[in-house]
Ligand binder design. Structure first.
Ligand code: BTN
Length: 289
């Protein structure tokens, strides 16, 4: 291709490439709606280009909804968060244009004691969707971390309102580092955090991954509501990278070390102590030793 007409053709090809590359991760309310399947998860979708925190928005909705109005399955998605929250009051880094930040409102038929099954279920959904979408060997670190190659690629923050014997609602906040590049992170975080793009070496379509997570949530939530905890725990055991390791768990006011032996029917981590006694931990932060 030479001369003026060759240059014009080349410019057209370049323009086409620029346009389509920009669209390859088009993350808008319209593109999400167009990919949604019918089901409980996502039957109401609220999309923000930027918000404080999708968990805060979800809690606001749950509190302000008139009695009798269905909130189950409502999803709040944001392209960026200004006050993204992680566990233990930590900040969740939430820049625009690269990651997934969303919260799912659920009203499960569970007692408050069983509510951690929702975190387990969400971790199973996220890890299986990441594996299917990217082929990466993602795994669950109990209770809510999503790892790839030993570094954190995602997390789950479950806020709950409950009475004595019944969960009123749970707001399951999910963050996945999808196309964020590590170069943009503070040095202190680089050894703990990664993204799917860093691991896979290519841009991941966020809408595709989001909708796949919804599908997996739909499946496992139905199983849980039908009382099939055993199947969920079996799947969790297949996808986790905690059990079978020596761990140290920081709980409120205590540090417990031992062998992570399994999880209980209510999602507690079972640890075998050096004394051979076992201890169940309901919540905490695990370090694999
Ligand atoms: C963790 O500490 O691992 C949990 C991180 C959860 C982050 C998500 S991003 C969407 C939702 N909104 C928030 O403010 N936090 C959760």
């Amino acid at each position: 291709m030479t001369g003026v007409s060759g240059r014009i053709k080349r410019q057209r090809v370049d323009l086409w490439l620029i346009k389509n590359m920009a669209n390859s991760d088009k993350f808008t309310e319209g593109s999400i709606r167009a990919s949604l399947k019918q089901g409980i998860i996502g039957r109401e979708l609220i999309f923000y280009e930027k918000t404080t925190s999708t968990n805060e928005k979800a809690i606001e909705i749950a509190h302000n909804t008139q009695p009798g109005t269905e909130i189950e399955g409502t999803v709040i998605v944001a392209d960026a968060q200004e006050q993204g929250r992680g566990r233990f009051g930590r900040e969740w880094i939430s820049p625009p244009g690269v990651n997934l930040y969303f919260t799912v409102l659920l009203q499960p038929k569970l007692s408050p004691k069983e509510a951690s099954m929702i975190t387990l279920m969400s971790a199973v959904a996220v890890v299986s969707a990441i594996r299917e979408c990217t082929g990466l060997n993602a795994s669950i670190k109990w209770p809510n971390d999503i790892l790839v190659g030993g570094r954190k690629v995602g997390g789950i923050l479950t806020d709950m309102k409950a009475d004595m014997d019944r969960v009123a609602f749970v707001a399951v906040g999910i963050g996945v580092n999808v196309n964020m590049l590590l170069g943009t992170l503070p040095d202190t975080l680089k050894s703990f955090i990664t993204s799917l793009k860093e691991e896979k070496g290519e841009t991941i379509n966020r809408v595709k991954l989001l909708v796949l997570i919804f599908d997996k949530l739909e499946y496992w939530y139905a199983a849980l509501q039908a009382g099939n905890k055993k199947a969920l725990i079996r799947e969790w055991l297949l996808l986790n990278s905690t059990i079978g390791n020596m761990v140290s768990v920081k709980t409120e006011g205590d540090i417990i070390s031992g062998m992570a032996e399994g999880i209980s029917e209510d999602g507690e981590l079972i640890i075998k102590l050096p004394s051979e006694d076992t201890k169940k931990v309901y919540a905490g932060e695990v370090t694999i030793l």
